[in-house]
Design a binder for this molecule. Sequence first.
Ligand SMILES: [Zn+2]
Length: 379
Amino acid sequence: MQQFRNLKEVICHFSDEQKCIDFLVQQRWGGCPVCPYCKSDKWYSIENGKRFKCANKECHKKYSVTVGTIFHASNIPLTIWFPAAYLISAHKKGISSCQLARDLGVTQKTAWFMLHRIRESLRNKESIFLKNVVEVDELYYQTKTRDESISAKDSVYDFKNKSMIVGMIERAGELKLEVSPNMARSNLYSIVHKNIDKAASLMTDGESAYSGIGKGYASHQSVNHRSGEYVRGDVHTNTIEGAFGLFRRTIIGTYHKLSPKHLARYCDEMQYRYNSRKLKDGQRFEVTLNRLESRLSWKQLTQDNGLTAETVIEPHIPSVTIGVPGKKTPIRQMQNGKVIATYPSIVDAEIATGIKKQSISRVLRGRRLSAGGFEWEYL
Ligand SMILES: [Zn+2]
């Protein structure tokens, strides 16, 4: 397959509907259409080459090349779908439906639907199984409106209205994110057991939830963040915390608010982005094109709660758990998702780096993305 280097090449290559159809016939069936109903490879071309008709006498069904793909039964021209798939794959920190709508000249509702369909195709169909040294950590995401009777300070520990995302990462390997239906320890354990090889060594922080997690594993070591310990030899959770850092910045910088109903799909997207972060834009687009065969209908996407595209983008201040403001809380300095240093407080960071504490504080509160060229987070 041709390697696309930029958006211009994609737009030129997929300049009319027939070129897109020819590309898909080649991509999906190696140039020879296969009937999706009876698997016959005998066919006629109908509707000026736009669709096909099965030549098997018992079948004779009509079909198009988009059947069973994310493009299926969509009124959006393929000449828009392909650049959309490129834009979504290429943007390392994701792209919002509003931005995509402006870039492509479609409505926000259409862009939102396209984003979800492409996100569905990015999902890793084969499950990732982690081995060797695996770091485990969890992230809490506020999914319901904060209880006003609880102060901002205490809301950090208000887990009732939050979803738990369990992050597991193999050192120098892949990331796996999974949303837990609730905070129960048994759920955390079953997620870990499902995704991590029993011969692996686990690394976690000192949270009590992890105390018995090493049972059945080669080893389990932890660092106690509460007593100020972050690294002990090769025992640390910096890799998974770096990945969560990227996740938080994508939410703050791009999506602003995630609907809890779609949290798992966003996790799939983050997982894909993290695991493909070393690929070039064109290579990432190629991976996307190879995963076209999945589909998601509007009904599937919006069923259960009468959710519409409009309700998803209502302006909202990001509510990711990011430490206790005002308290002397340790912070970490990061660059491109890698932890560079940790400091006992913002003031100590200012003294050590010369970067203004006000700027660092703004990053910590999610008001801006970086200060002094670094990303900052509460530990
Ligand atoms: Zn057939």
